[in-house]
Design a protein around this ligand. Structure first.
Ligand SMILES: [Zn+2]
Ligand SMILES: [Zn+2]
Length: 351
């Protein structure tokens, strides 16, 4: 049996990595757990590489087998989150989350110990239809939080677990929606300093490498290249490279996409998207792959209400880049092909 039933929850038997210790009688296979084997040998004294510990073999350690058998089965992620959600305020929202977990709803991601500030954008509280203000308040009073997302049938639930306080539940639509306007956002101030490779000359000075030369003009064959980026304020940094690097910047993804879609067919789909990009619309996805792979796993073609046929056709073969942009009531899909003008399709973000 692969799993046990415990009060309706599936539990898998505990698993341990197998490790080997050599003794007078030959190799013995033990179960590793934490910093030692279950029978107490420190891990630095054993070697790994035999997969999962299977009790009952010829060379297995009896003490480890006994302790492995006595280890309680592993609880599923749903069962563990269920226990945490029980501490949230009772009500319909909590009941729905508990019910979804009972039915095995997917839990992803589940992050632990993030700072409240860093986790806030991921929670997408502006999309919340319930629990948003409470979660916001909880974040303001917490320094560290755990958070988990539960995908229900009609909603996405977020469990915000501030350390030292009761969890707060948030209900969000399944599909992501455009964020609020970003006042003051512009292509110019969204530019970031350009990143350069790093190379050291014979005199141990570190230079910024740009293609075939350093920014100060040394051919790359005369420097030793490193994998890390050039850091201008490092003591060994070449001052001329640092000064030139400071004048270079790179455009935001929004600015680059804006430039690319200029070649798309004129019309509202292009113009609305172009305008949204100048205001800093969120690009939720941008990747390149084989067209059919993009169509199957990323494009979400069935959600498009404008331009679906063209995009479907374009992704049926060859390579392409695919971008998703959230703006106003839309999610726009941009397909950039090797040959042919970019295509823009879109569908509503509403559930
Ligand atoms: Zn052992
Ligand atoms: Zn230099």
């Amino acid at each position: 049996m692969l799993f046990d039933e415990h009060d309706g929850w599936r539990r898998c038997p505990a698993e341990f990595h197998a490790c080997v210790a050599s003794g007078p009688a030959g190799d013995v296979i033990h179960a590793a757990s934490g910093s030692a084997t279950l029978c107490g040998i420190p891990l630095p004294e054993v070697s790994f590489g035999r997969g999962t510990f299977e009790p009952g073999g010829d060379a297995t350690c009896d003490a480890c087998a006994e302790k492995a058998a006595a280890t309680p089965p592993r609880r599923s992620v749903q069962e563990r989150l269920y226990d945490k959600v029980l501490a949230a305020e009772p009500g319909t929202l909590r009941d729905e989350v508990l019910d979804a977990l009972r039915r095995g709803a997917s839990v992803h991601p589940w992050t632990m110990g993030s700072s409240a500030d860093s986790v806030r954008p991921e929670l997408r509280l502006h999309e919340a239809v319930e629990g948003g203000p409470e979660a916001d308040e909880a974040l303001r009073n917490a320094s560290r939080v755990d958070q988990a997302e539960v995908r229900g049938d009609s909603w996405r639930f977020v469990v915000v677990m501030p350390h030292g306080a009761r969890p707060v539940l948030v209900r969000r639509p399944l599909r992501r929606q455009a964020g609020p306007d970003r006042p003051g956002w512009s292509f110019a101030n969204a530019r970031k300093p350009a990143a350069f490779g790093s190379g050291t000359s014979a005199d141990r000075v570190e230079h910024a490498v740009d293609g075939e030369r350093t920014l100060c003009g040394i051919p790359v064959r005369d420097v030793v290249l490193y994998l890390h980026h050039f850091v201008a304020d490092r003591r060994a940094a070449c001052p001329r490279c640092a000064a030139r690097a400071a004048t270079r910047d790179q455009p935001s993804a929004q600015e680059r996409l804006h430039k690319l879609i200029a070649a798309a067919e004129p019309g509202p789909a292009r113009d609305d998207l172009a305008a949204a990009l100048t205001r800093g619309a969120e690009i939720t996805l941008w990747l390149s792959s084989r067209g059919p792979t993009l169509a199957r796993h990323y494009a979400e073609l069935d959600e498009l209400t404008e331009g679906r046929a063209e995009v479907t056709e374009a992704l049926s073969a060859g390579h392409a880049s695919l971008a998703h942009v959230l703006h106003g009531p839309w999610r726009s899909t941009v397909v950039i092909r090797e040959n042919g003008r970019p295509l823009i399709a879109r569908g509503p973000t509403d559930v």
